[in-house]
Design a binder for this molecule. Structure first.
Ligand code: ZN
Length: 232
């Protein structure tokens, strides 16, 4: 097929999708009203507290230079993340990607050399049937053409849920839980790394992963999470 025909086909498919959407608008996952091709309607989107710039700068002891979260981990946003993570509603990733694109207008993803995901343990993977961070990291990598290194970090032992622990317990819970895969140490040297996770609470998990990435002496480590729990 010629290039001209390919372009025509692509435009035709987009047109057909729009026509279908006009007659059969998709339903909002949260309130079941019309969502016009999305899974989250405009009204529900308005209930989400997206994090606006300036984003939190990490403190000077942090190995992470800059962190960004998309929205506060509460209400409708929390419902979406839980439904994605625990009930395997993978199609919601489309809306996460849409919001990343719309809200992070100042972020140039292409400045990163590599994307790395915070790993889950093999037991969690079996239990959940998929790795929620791996899935979204792949989507971001594909959309912004940034290389994603799957399994760059490995979770080598089970940890307790961070939510049930105090600050001190959280740190010891995560100690030596992650390792950087030996074969990537040279690859990340002097490179800009974007570390991705689903939810940031104290940031202890991101720090523990950054400690391992730091062994490869990267140029910088930034991090991104879909949500952020304000510390009480
Ligand atoms: Zn809605």
């Amino acid at each position: 097929m010629s290039r001209g025909n390919l372009i025509f086909m692509r435009e035709y498919i987009v047109f057909v999708e729009k026509v279908i959407d006009f007659f059969l608008p998709s339903q909002c996952f949260l309130c079941h009203n019309k969502a016009f091709g999305n899974n989250v309607c405009a009204e529900c989107e308005n209930l989400v507290r997206f994090v606006k710039p300036p984003y939190t700068e990490e403190n000077e002891n942090s190995l992470i230079l800059k962190h960004r979260s998309l929205a506060l981990y509460e209400g409708e946003w929390k419902k979406l993340i839980l439904a994605y993570k625990f009930s395997k509603n993978l199609y919601l990733s489309k809306d996460f990607l849409r919001f990343i694109h719309e809200k992070f207008t100042d972020v140039n993803f292409q400045e990163y050399d590599f994307i790395i995901g915070v790993p889950i343990s093999s037991n969690r993977l079996i239990e959940r049937g998929f790795d929620q961070v791996d899935f979204i990291a792949q989507k971001i990598s594909h959309k912004y053409k940034v290389k994603y290194v799957r399994n760059a970090l490995l979770k080598i032992r089970e940890t307790l849920s961070q939510n049930e622990l105090n600050q001190q317990q959280r740190l010891s819970n995560l100690k030596n839980a992650f390792i950087l895969h030996e074969k990537h140490k040279n690859v990340f040297y002097n490179k800009k790394i974007l570390l991705i996770d689903d939810v940031k609470t104290t940031g202890a998990t991101l720090q523990e992963c950054a400690k391992q990435i730091q062994l490869a002496k990267p140029l910088s480590i930034h991090s991104f999470t879909l949500a952020y729990t304000p510390l009480s």
